[in-house]
Design a binder for this molecule. Structure first.
Ligand code: ACO
Length: 341
């Protein structure tokens, strides 16, 4: 069995919805600027919720809908860059909250907005060797934790949310491609740093051991916890994204000897409606196959694709469809899957 089948999906967003008008109160911007440049009208903001609680809620919904025995889940992978803790993983929290049998592989995966594609691919690969039948794959983000809300060029773009899918292996086709450009300047978020002792030159004795006494060169340096928010060169990312989606679609089609006529549905990472509109123009006659929901959620990074899949599933527009799923983001990286879901 080479492919995957999506059995059920779920999604969760925080209660608080922020419209573009809300941003007019905190930075110099306008609904008109945000909507015309990005296609975003609103996004959700965690208040009582968090990355972990949204992930748990989305996973719970998927599990309930699937009707499977939850102890037959052998793999839980969450794609995220904003989990509540550096460790333990979001996936470990899901295992606990959903009371899934402890004989399960749980880990998180970091590939920014492309994370869910890699999580699906990793889950599928692990299922091939697993004794248990199902994998639970989640994308969850609390982007609001990573943003500087005084920076109008980024804070209006992102939102919080989570999506989940339960998958099993199938007979359908499955091809995946990934590309990484190793560019850290276009899109970056600083890591966490603590107080790091900075040692001067060692004060060695005759045996080559440091005598341990502090010298005037030794000190405790406060390197500062990341406070800077996401840094993005918007136009560079925009150009990269259009080329990336176009390239990944063509690579997947070529690899599977197919054309767009063979594809029912295209689900891209939702970063900006103009990016998707630009790609659509390169695939004339197939515009209707591209899914778009950024107006409601903003850019939810690794959660955007599973949220879209879950909406499509609710409308009975997912299962059995031959689908291209394409992600792109910080790395810079991009990756896609062609599969009959
Ligand atoms: N409101 C009003 N004005 C703004 C805002 C805002 N929120 N943000 C920027 N501006 C201003 C700028 O300061 C600039 O003003 P200036 O001309 O006086 O200097 C002007 O608007 C134009 O700025 P640009 O950056 O040139 O605007 P652009 O048309 O490129 O749109 C945008 C910016 C929306 C960020 C666009 O470049 C884009 O969508 N890029 C891709 C971003 C993206 O998708 N990122 C995430 C992808 S990967 C991932 O998901 C992690």
């Amino acid at each position: 069995k080479l492919g995957i089948k999506i059995l059920a999906t779920g999604r969760a967003v925080p209660k608080k919805k922020l419209t573009n008008f809300d941003f007019e109160k905190i930075v110099e911007t306008s609904d008109e600027w945000i909507y015309t440049r990005t296609g975003i009208k609103s996004r959700y903001l965690c208040e009582e919720e968090s990355c972990n609680s949204l992930a748990v809620e989305a996973a719970k919904k998927a599990l309930e809908k699937s009707g499977i025995d939850k102890d037959q889940i052998g793999i839980i992978i969450t794609a995220t860059s904003s989990g509540d803790y550096v460790f333990p993983s979001v996936s470990a929290m899901i295992q606990k909250e959903l009371e899934i049998d402890s004989n399960v592989n749980c880990f998180d995966l970091s590939a920014a907005c492309t994370g869910f594609i890699y999580a699906l691919t990793a889950a599928k690969s692990m299922l091939a060797f697993a004794e248990k039948k199902y994998a639970l794959v989640i994308g969850s983000e609390q982007m609001s934790r990573l943003l500087d809300y005084s920076d109008r060029t980024t804070c209006v773009l992102f939102g919080d949310g989570a999506g989940a899918a339960i998958i099993e292996l199938s007979d359908g086709e499955f091809v995946q491609e990934g590309v990484t450009l190793g560019n850290n300047e276009a899109l970056c978020m600083d890591g966490i740093r603590g107080n790091v002792p900075e040692f001067g030159e060692s004060n060695l004795d005759g045996d080559g051991l440091d005598k341990g006494a502090l010298t005037e060169n030794d000190s405790l340096v406060d390197t500062g916890v990341a406070k800077s928010g996401i840094k993005m060169k918007g136009q560079d990312v925009y150009r990269f994204a259009v080329t990336a989606i176009n390239d990944i679609i063509n690579r997947l089609l070529d690899k599977n000897n197919m054309t767009m006529d063979d594809i029912d549905l295209i689900v891209c990472h939702q970063a900006n409606s103009r990016i998707i509109d630009s790609v659509k123009k390169r695939f004339k006659g197939h515009e209707d196959k591209f899914y778009l929901n950024i107006d409601k959620y903003g850019n939810t990074s690794a959660a955007s694709i599973p949220i879209a899949l879950s909406e499509l599933d609710d409308e009975n527009k997912l299962k059995g469809k031959r689908c291209i799923i394409a992600g792109f983001g910080a790395g810079l990286n991009y990756s896609g899957i062609l599969a009959q879901l």
